[in-house]
Design a protein around this ligand. Structure first.
Ligand code: TMP
Ligand code: ASP
Length: 260
């Protein structure tokens, strides 16, 4: 698959055209941002890990009949995906209260929710991705009521699947953000973007150690080690136990944060 021109560059990914008008190439960068772009860094190896982790999760979701944009991984940093028109809403699913919700409503960090909570944020960097109600989504025609009902149902299915998948490897799925888009080839609404430690909060089940982008947001250090641990437990990276198998990477990944 030949890479065409750059169509879009986001904070952590670039989208390139492909030779098929209905497919594009998604490239994972090492760039990281937090707090609405105020904090920036380049974390060497992050893009490679997110490409692999997102590929793993989206393939597993596809096997569970949850349609998404992934066609196949092309190389260390790129995957071939369906071209979609992204719905300008970030769908946030929460199982445990933390992050912005603790601050917004003064709820104790770590409070378990009796049922998953879905929040809607309008994707607009200039406004800091504000929380919106479903009524705003309908009023401004970002999506229809029928589409939101379908997406909400998909969010719950994805949450159920991911909760089980992560539980099996000793990780608590605290919360995550997903995006949906309308597939160009047939207009169907499907899961798009990525699912990775950049977009999920993942805590070790025994110690509550953070294995996700909060290590960067909160200056906890060992960012790549957290992402690597998730990949290792998912069976993507192989342990170096007893020196039987070397880590399957072209070169060792070191933590190197370049302040921008
Ligand atoms: P929050 O607690 O900061 O609102 O984040 C909720 C979840 O959404 C958390 O898993 C991180 C993820 N997230 C993103 O992927 N992108 C974003 O821009 C934000 C604000 C959160
Ligand atoms: N969207 C946020 C930013 O760009 C990133 C995050 O907190 O995950 O600053």
């Amino acid at each position: 698959m030949k890479k065409g021109k750059k169509l879009y560059e986001g904070k952590a990914k670039i989208i390139f055209a492909s030779t098929d008008k209905n497919l594009v190439i998604q490239h994972f960068k090492d760039d990281a941002t937090a707090f609405n772009n105020q904090k920036k860094a380049n974390i060497e190896g992050k893009g490679i890990l997110n490409n692999r982790i997102s590929e793993h999760i989206l393939s597993a979701l596809k096997d569970a009949n949850i349609e998404n944009h992934l066609i196949k991984r092309l190389n260390m940093r790129e995957q071939l995906i369906d071209l979609v028109e992204i719905i300008p809403i970030e769908f946030i699913v929460r199982n445990i209260v933390t992050g912005s919700l603790t601050k917004r409503l003064n709820i104790e960090d770590g409070t378990k929710l009796n049922r998953p909570l879905i929040e809607f944020c309008y994707k607009n960097d200039g406004l800091g991705d504000p929380l919106v109600a479903k009524e705003h989504i309908y009023a401004f025609e970002w999506a229809s009521e029928k589409e939101i009902d379908y997406i909400t149902e998909q969010c719950m299915r994805i949450n159920d699947f991911l909760l089980g998948m992560f539980k099996g490897i000793g990780i608590k799925l605290v919360d995550f953000k997903i995006e949906f888009g309308k597939r160009k080839s047939d207009g169907k609404i499907i899961l798009a973007d990525e699912i990775s430690p950049d977009t999920c909060r993942l805590w070790d089940a025994e110690t509550d150690k953070k294995l996700d982008k909060d290590r960067f947001r909160k200056d906890l250090g060992e960012i790549i080690e957290g992402y690597q641990e998730v990949a290792r437990r998912l069976g993507i990276l192989h342990e170096q136990t007893n020196n039987i198998r070397p880590i399957k990477f072209p070169k060792p990944i070191e933590v190197k944060i370049k302040k921008k």
